[in-house]
Design a protein around this ligand. Structure first.
Ligand SMILES: NC(=O)c1ccc[n+]([C@@H]2O[C@H](COP(=O)([O-])OP(=O)(O)OC[C@H]3O[C@@H](n4cnc5c(N)ncnc54)[C@H](O)[C@@H]3O)[C@@H](O)[C@H]2O)c1
Length: 459
């Protein structure tokens, strides 16, 4: 099938490449000339595991093409996907300007029947708005608008796209339904379903899914905070809860708040939709509030220990991306932590396997970008773990211990076992678990308040 993808970012590029992989002829369109130039040379502008191989193969087989020319790109297309940004506006609503502007442009250049598919995450009623933008200049018989929200996860996006748990398609057109069904058949061969529904339900499904997942995270973060106060271990609580098939094991990990390009903006947008409908969606509002507070937890732990004036200290930060296996730093908790520690006077040495360049563009030279994870430790008073990249999971602990000025660790992702930290003699704080400071507290600077020692279950 001839396909055009407008917007060649995380979603557009993965979508285009994975559709090419099953034999479709795909043209990816973007307004960013640099991105398109890079892609024409076969280089991915983003880090996404397994994408490079597929990209190279499909470019070589001439099934995947890139352009900045919208009219040329969509000329032959039977289906056009919109994978455009829908960033939060000032009031928290999803900004539809990119989607509607492109729809308007399409209305003047489409010449044959085309299915226009919204893959961007958009609020209920957007399919109708896109329809209204198209009908201004385009005959009704020449298009159908379909909602097809994307559920891929960055880091495993290719796998998610090729083997989706389910595909959701919102359309009231039988003609468009047949086209979409044909297109997605190669991806549902193992019996995973395609759910056809109306456009509004499809649009709402995406917000419901993301907000529900965000709610699980906020719930577990609050549970972790309560575990810290009561002496329970949130890891055991998580395992005990997750064994219940009604709850399930996934998405129960506490941490330092959800981030990324989706959850924060999508939860906010759902809250805004509720507001517009004069509905007080209390749960969603609380999910956001809990998350805002949770992003402060790790910085507070560091300050509780070293004091509110951190100008005498350097800290090593491992992990900047909002989660492992991506270079995406949009709304990453690391950025907030960096700002907070810098504001308190700290010097920072950071390392991330993939996200350093993106952070450099935002934070600049206010922090030191280390050569590797161990270089980040040089001269540091403590190690702060923010993203649980695999390579941080089993590091050379002796090297960490001897390189740090004080063997102290603040772990925002519960990467390490408390028994191991105790055995090695680290001062160790994590999320929702007791503080470890059995062997080392004499060598550490005196805590600036007593919370840490009062909570010291080891004593
Ligand atoms: N990133 C994810 O994990 C994910 C997952 C599911 C859904 N989504 C949703 O998909 C949409 C896209 O997200 P993303 O992460 O891919 O965004 P992105 O910012 O990575 O990509 C958007 C691309 O659109 C391009 N663009 C902007 N205006 C354009 C125009 N007029 N014509 C052509 N290209 C244009 C940008 O240059 C950019 O390359 C959003 O609505 C997002 O919420 C994202």
């Amino acid at each position: 099938m001839q396909l055009a993808i407008i917007g060649t970012g995380y979603v557009g590029l993965v979508t285009g490449t994975c559709f090419a992989e099953t034999g479709n002829n795909v043209i990816c369109i973007d307004i960013d000339q640099k991105k398109i130039d890079k892609l024409i040379q076969g280089k991915s502008p983003i880090y996404e595991p397994a994408l490079d191989v597929l990209l190279e193969r499909n470019i070589k087989e001439k099934r995947l093409h890139f352009t900045t020319d919208l009219a040329a790109g969509i000329k032959e297309a039977k289906v056009i996907f919109l994978a455009l940004p829908t960033p939060p506006g000032k009031d928290g609503s999803a900004d539809l300007q990119y989607v509607l502007d492109v729809a308007k442009s399409l209305s003047t250049i489409i010449t044959h029947y085309t299915v226009i598919v919204n893959k961007s995450t958009v609020p209920v009623g957007t399919a109708e708005k896109v329809h209204a933008a198209l009908i201004q200049n385009l005959d009704r018989s020449l298009f159908d608008v379909v909602s097809n929200p994307e559920f891929l996860r960055e880091g495993v996006a290719v796998d998610d796209f090729l083997k989706p748990d389910r595909v959701v398609i919102g359309t009231s057109s039988e003609k468009a339904r047949k086209v979409m069904d044909e297109l997605y058949q190669p991806y549902v061969r193992q019996g995973n379903p395609i759910h056809f529904m109306d456009e509004r339900s499809s649009e709402m499904t995406k917000y419901a899914a993301n907000s529900y997942l965000a709610m699980r995270i906020s719930f577990m973060n609050e549970m972790a905070n309560l575990c810290e106060k009561t002496g329970a271990n949130v890891d055991w609580v998580r395992i005990g809860m997750g064994g219940d098939s009604r709850i399930g094991k996934r998405f129960l990990f506490p941490g330092i708040g959800y981030g990324g390009s989706c959850f924060p903006k999508d939860v906010q947008a759902l809250a805004h939709t509720a507001l517009e409908q004069d509905y007080d969606f209390q749960l969603v509002k609380t999910v956001m509030k809990v998350n805002d507070l949770q992003k402060l937890v790790l910085g507070r732990k560091v300050k509780n220990y070293f004091g509110s004036d951190l100008s005498a200290y350097t800290f090593a930060i491992w992990g900047l991306a909002f989660k492992p296996e991506t270079d995406d730093i949009r709304d990453a908790p690391a950025l907030q932590l960096i700002n907070e520690l810098l504001a308190a006077g700290a010097k920072l040495r950071v390392f991330d396997p993939e996200a350093m360049n993106n952070v450099k563009q935002i934070v600049g030279d206010k922090i030191h970008y280390a050569e590797d994870q161990y270089d980040a430790l040089t001269g540091a008073s403590a190690l702060i773990v923010v993203t649980e990249w695999s390579e941080f999971r089993n590091p050379d602990f002796d090297r960490i211990y001897t390189t740090l000025k004080h063997p102290a660790m603040f772990d925002g992702r519960n990467v390490y076992s408390m028994e191991k930290m105790e055995e090695l003699g680290f001062y160790y704080e994590s999320i929702g678990r007791k503080v470890i400071h059995k062997h080392v507290h004499d060598t550490l600077p005196a805590p600036h308040n007593t919370i840490v020692r009062e909570r010291g279950v080891m004593d």
